[in-house]
Design a binder for this molecule. Structure first.
Ligand SMILES: *[C@@H]1O[C@H](CO)[C@@H](O)[C@H](O)[C@H]1NC(C)=O
Length: 218
């Protein structure tokens, strides 16, 4: 089971050097009620129920309570296999995913802050994630927080499938909520910088080549 409280998603429209405006794209109240959720989020992945793992997403595995979104995985038998990258993948679990209705396109001089609080399992076989992936192509991908079942938390940016900066960091006290902040900024009209923070401490800065102008799913 993974739970999430959204802190907020901010758009930064920068301007000529002096001022920069902040606009809230998804408010921290977006898990407060079903109608708040429906304003900003959809169930499943943007492309459907399956991805590259042994879990199939279902709306019924997602619940909302007191401003917290819970995604729950359940063992299942008898599901048809998934297909990904020319391979058949057996489905062993039903699980939950949600994605923002909004798409996030870093423009020249701009950027976004993505922030939330997460309580995520790190047991072997689990793989919760808070991530951005390209709408029109892959990459871009930014894994703002990913727990790959190793006991660690990972922060990753993909330039290509093989040119990846991937950082695994110790993840203390998985039973508590941890704050994640990911600050994505245009650097030069083409590339972005991605600064990852956990519980108020900067953990890493990575760079995405050519991410400016490429819309992202959250
Ligand atoms: C991705 O591209 C950016 C911009 O060119 C570069 O700074 C960064 O080092 C690249 N990442 C990797 C893992 O090579």
């Amino acid at each position: 089971m993974a739970t999430m409280k959204l802190m907020e998603v901010l758009l930064l429209t920068s301007s000529i050097s002096i001022a920069s405006a902040k606009h809230i794209m998804i408010p921290s109240t977006s898990f407060n009620s079903q109608s708040d959720f429906d304003t900003d989020w959809n169930y499943l992945y943007p492309w459907g129920s399956d991805h590259n793992g042994a879990a199939r997403m279902r709306e019924s595995q997602v619940s909302l309570s007191d401003g917290v979104l819970t995604l729950r995985a359940t063992r299942v038998d008898g599901e048809a296999p998934a297909h990904h990258g020319g391979k058949e993948i057996a489905i062993r679990y039903l699980s939950g995913a949600v994605h923002a209705k909004e798409r996030f396109n870093v423009v020249a001089g701009g950027g976004y802050d993505f922030a939330g609080e997460f309580r995520a399992p790190v047991a072997r076989g689990t793989w919760p994630a808070f991530w951005l992936t390209g709408v029109d192509s892959w990459p871009p991908e930014i894994d703002m927080a990913e727990w790959k079942g190793s006991g660690k938390i990972s922060f990753n940016t993909f330039n290509t499938s093989s040119e990846v900066r991937a950082l695994d960091v110790d993840y203390p006290n998985p039973d508590a909520f941890h704050k994640i902040l990911c600050e994505v900024r245009d650097m030069n009209g083409q590339d972005v910088s991605v600064r990852f923070s956990m519980d108020g401490q900067v953990v890493a800065t990575q760079y995405g080549r050519g991410f400016v102008g490429k819309p992202l799913y959250l």
